[in-house]
Design a protein around this ligand. Structure first.
Ligand code: NI
Length: 254
């Protein structure tokens, strides 16, 4: 009964065995998968996946690393795609100062536009924040993202800031890094975040949890992340699974 709330099954890393990967997710006990999109091409593949598999839902959006050369026509198309039946969020969107290959002002503009699109179509947002913690927070607040709510995907900020996000009605989502040996900061978050504000995810094909670290990630491995969170909180894995499933269903209106 797990819900992987952030995967990229449309990614080319799954080109050869996508069906098997999805079958393994089912066998591992996944009840739902949310597939996030990074660009318009990915959005279309996401929609195809949601039509083919009843337990896959989708989000449409533009990742900050794909935010270069986005036109008005692209935004119109994005809005149209957001109207598809099993599209339940806008994302992933946000800021990435780690790779830093798209100018910050361009990233900011595309991020702000997508928050406003989410408000227009009344869908929650899926947020990518890599080494841009304060700017992401400020922009979300300035644009009124609390109106639609959303999730901080693969959260890597402080507990202080997590509390601010929770106040805004955002969920904190944890993935593979919570199982890493050097993941002390995010392990502390896992201990602190109340179950009712928590989601779990893989970010497949990236960030595989231990013992698969460094390999291609896939939704079935979300179980490892749930086990680690349960261990850190001193509760049963089924409790983590049930709470995060219910939270995800609520956020994405499933
Ligand atoms: Ni992602």
């Amino acid at each position: 009964m797990f819900f992987d709330t952030h995967a990229h099954l449309d990614d080319e890393h799954f080109a050869d065995d996508r069906e098997l990967v999805i079958k393994r997710a089912r066998e591992a006990g996944l009840q739902l998968i949310m597939n996030a999109s990074c660009n318009l091409e990915a959005c279309k593949k996401t929609i195809e996946l949601t039509k083919k598999y009843d337990f896959i839902y989708g989000a449409v959006g533009i990742h900050p690393q794909d935010a270069r050369d986005i036109t008005e026509a692209d935004f119109s198309e994005l809005k149209e795609l957001a109207g598809e039946e099993k599209i339940r969020a806008i994302g992933e969107m946000g800021l990435d100062y780690y790779w830093d290959d798209v100018p910050h002002d361009v990233q900011h503009q595309i991020f702000r536009r997508q928050i406003n699109l989410a408000k227009e179509v009344k869908l929650p947002v899926i947020i990518h924040d890599r080494e841009a913690h304060q700017d992401v927070f400020d922009i979300l607040k300035e644009e009124g993202a609390q109106e639609v709510g959303g999730v901080m995907h693969c959260y890597s900020g402080s507990w202080e800031m997590a509390k601010e996000y929770i106040k805004l009605g955002f969920y904190i989502s944890l993935g593979g890094p919570v199982t890493f040996k050097n993941g002390r900061k995010v392990q502390e978050i896992a201990k602190q975040v109340p179950l009712e504000n928590l989601l779990i995810e893989t970010d497949s094909p990236y960030l595989a949890p231990v013992p698969y670290r460094g390999k291609r990630n896939e939704p079935a491995y979300v179980v490892k992340t749930a086990e680690q969170i349960a261990h850190l909180k001193g509760i049963g894995v089924e409790v983590v699974a049930k709470a995060t499933l219910e939270n995800g269903k609520k956020l994405f209106n499933i």
